[in-house]
Design a protein around this ligand. Structure first.
Ligand SMILES: Cc1cc2nc3c(=O)[nH]c(=O)nc-3n(C[C@H](O)[C@H](O)[C@H](O)COP(=O)(O)O)c2cc1C
Length: 175
């Protein structure tokens, strides 16, 4: 798949099939993560945690689930995806540059996922709640001193990825 196809096929997927992604696909996502640009080339302060254990994923879902304002039904902020990858960092700086690192890591994984015809989504909103669950944080075995900054879910999409039309969304000025 060429880069432009990947860019236009990538979209946030919020409905996943239950089956797990192939181990080879997971390895390719992690390799893509490792090629991300990181401020000052510092690859020691960012850490990835792969969560595929269905029981642990369910515990996370139960802890962070919200309720739909429309239907009153529980909403799964992980969208039913079978794989969650958390990006954590240590030595957080005042200018929050570690968040930028995490976003670069996640975008790389997201583009690689798309190239493998997998669906994916950035995960942010529910992490505020997850950070408060000390027992879950212990089960995630994130190294001492690291804080979860962003998350990423990936899996086989229920609806195949569809190339989007070219469209400008952001304003641009040229001087
Ligand atoms: C920093 C960031 C945080 C996001 N957090 C979430 C999230 O918590 N849950 C979610 O479903 N989507 C999340 N998204 C996905 C955006 O909602 C999505 O990218 C946007 O609606 C545009 O859709 P697209 O990705 O299909 O182009 C996040 C995206 C970014 C960049």
């Amino acid at each position: 798949m060429d880069l432009e196809d990947v860019l236009y096929l990538r979209r946030t997927t919020r409905k996943y099939q239950p089956q797990q992604i192939q181990e080879d696909a997971l390895q390719r996502l992690l390799e893509a993560a490792q090629t991300a640009p990181l401020a000052m080339g510092d690859d020691q302060s960012t850490h990835l945690t792969v969560v595929q254990d269905p029981g642990l994923l369910q515990q996370i879902r139960d802890a962070v689930q919200t309720v739909s304002r429309k239907t009153g039904l529980p909403l799964d902020p992980l969208h039913g995806a079978p794989t969650l990858i958390l990006v954590s960092a240590t030595d957080l700086s005042e200018d929050h540059i570690e968040l930028c690192n995490a976003a670069c890591v996640i975008e790389n994984m997201s583009l690689q996922a798309t190239a493998l015809n997998l669906g994916s989504s950035y995960i942010w909103g529910c992490l505020r709640i997850l950070r408060q669950h000390k027992e879950l944080l212990a089960m995630l075995q994130i190294p001492e001193g690291y804080e979860i900054l962003s998350g990423f879910v990936v899996g086989y999409p229920v609806n195949p990825l569809q190339r989007r039309e070219k469209q400008g969304k952001m304003s641009v000025n040229r001087v």
